[in-house]
Unconditional design. Structure first.
Length: 431
């Protein structure tokens, strides 16, 4: 009888092992197929901070795959691989989940370099008095970006400002900029915190709705330690807004830095709202840079925006989305899902070559159902309060319009930074 029980238990165990092997192999085949599809579509080059896997150390546990909410990682031939690099947003959850520390977060690849400014341990650039914290300096992780902003202010405090000038102008209201602003306020510094967009959050604010931003506990001046392990984009931005409100942190939205000039031992920061003499400057901007504009008449109208925040606000409206990347397709599909919307997607190319297959399929379905009017090989010619004009190979097309969403990417102000004298290093797959 005992032998019979052992045989039954053995059979169950063998079946369990067989099922595990079968499921693992199926996941690996799926990951390999995704990797091949991304490579063929030209989506295998990461845009920014991303994981690099040490294959000799990786044990293929799959912890990093489970931790990644973007399905950017997969197990192929028993090792973790970045199977869909274009999906990676660099929040670093994979590195924290790896049980053998086989993952390093890096910028650039062997083929595609990424320029990172040179900074000291105090986050001061090669230009004395100009500091860099957060994503621009190579740190996309929310917790560490916030810590860098706070540490940069600690160094700035030692640079005594003259009467009548600010201690620091902080450029950017992402995690690094907000943290720096809180630290400056806590220490009684005279500062101005500016943000070129109309809301805070930095790069996180550009994630699609409900996308998960992973972060470890962070320690903020005036607030203390905040413990978060996994939080949606919306909740994270709501948290930042609550912090700003509770601490009465003063921010100046829609104020864009235009240039910075040396004036003795200090600087004059020229912005779209005026000029500010300051002892130090802290650049806490992201790597998305300034939104790429269309350069057409009427683009300065309030109805023109450069990212989608909430699709529901466009319900019942005539909306034009401009662009040919994933963000443009996602925006068009999301807005078209709202009741009674009339959505037109304009793209200057003849086809979408570098977008995720899922986004292409969602767009095709919306076009077939008549929810999106696709206008390929067209460009915006003019914008008025009630219309937009598209120019293509034939006659110009005039469309009724109540909102324009431009998803044409961003321009990192490298030239502006170089004019300040800031030096860059080109990273090819290094931290």
């Amino acid at each position: 009888m005992q032998n019979e029980y052992l045989a039954i238990y053995g059979a169950f165990a063998a079946a369990g092992v067989a099922l595990h092997v079968f499921m693992r192999r199926r996941r690996e085949r799926k990951a390999a197929a995704a990797h091949e599809a991304a490579t063929l579509a030209g989506l295998n080059e990461p845009a920014s901070l991303h994981p690099m896997v040490n294959a000799s150390r990786c044990i293929g546990s799959g912890g990093c795959v489970k931790a990644c909410p973007e399905e950017a990682l997969g197990i192929v031939n028993g090792r973790a691989v970045l199977v869909n690099a274009a999906s990676c947003i660099g929040h670093g959850a994979c590195r924290a989940a790896c049980p053998v520390e086989a993952i390093t977060l890096v910028f650039g690849t062997e083929r595609r370099g990424v320029d990172i400014p040179t900074v000291s341990p105090d986050f001061e650039s090669n230009v004395p008095g100009i500091f860099i914290a957060g994503e621009l300096g190579g740190m996309g992780l929310i917790r560490k970006a916030a810590e860098q902003g706070k540490q940069a202010i600690a160094a700035i405090r030692r640079r005594k400002a003259a009467p009548g000038e600010l201690d620091v102008v902080i450029v950017g209201a992402g995690p690094a900029g907000i943290s720096a602003g809180l630290a400056a306020k806590e220490h009684g510094l005279r500062f101005r915190l500016i943000e070129q967009e109309d809301s805070l959050g930095g790069t996180v604010s550009h994630y699609p709705r409900n996308k998960i931003a992973m972060t470890a506990p962070i320690k903020l001046a005036l607030v203390g330690t905040v413990r978060m392990t996994a939080i949606s984009k919306e909740r994270l931005i709501a948290f930042w807004n609550r912090v700003v409100g509770d601490t009465a942190l003063e921010l100046h939205f829609r104020e864009r830095m235009e240039r910075v000039e040396r004036d003795g031992d200090s600087f004059v920061v020229h912005t779209s709202a005026g000029q500010w003499r300051t002892r130090s400057v802290l650049l806490a901007i992201g790597r998305r840079g300034t939104p790429r504009t269309l350069g057409v008449a009427g683009e300065d109208l309030q109805k023109v925006v450069y990212r989608l925040v909430d699709p529901e606000q466009y319900a019942g409206m005539a909306v034009l989305v401009v662009g040919g990347g994933d963000s443009a397709l996602e925006a068009a599909v999301a807005v078209a899902a709202q009741p009674n919307t009339r959505v037109t997607l304009s793209y200057r190319g003849a086809a979408f070559n570098r977008v995720k297959q899922a986004n292409r399929q969602a767009l095709d379905e919306a076009v077939r159902e008549g929810r999106i009017d696709l206008q390929l090989e067209t460009q915006v010619d003019a914008i008025t309060p009630t219309e937009v004009t598209l120019r293509g190979a034939g006659q110009p097309v005039v469309l009724p319009n109540e909102a324009v969403i431009v998803c044409a990417g961003g321009i990192l102000p490298v030239a502006l930074l170089q004019q300040m004298g800031i030096e860059f290093q080109t990273k090819h797959g290094s931290a």
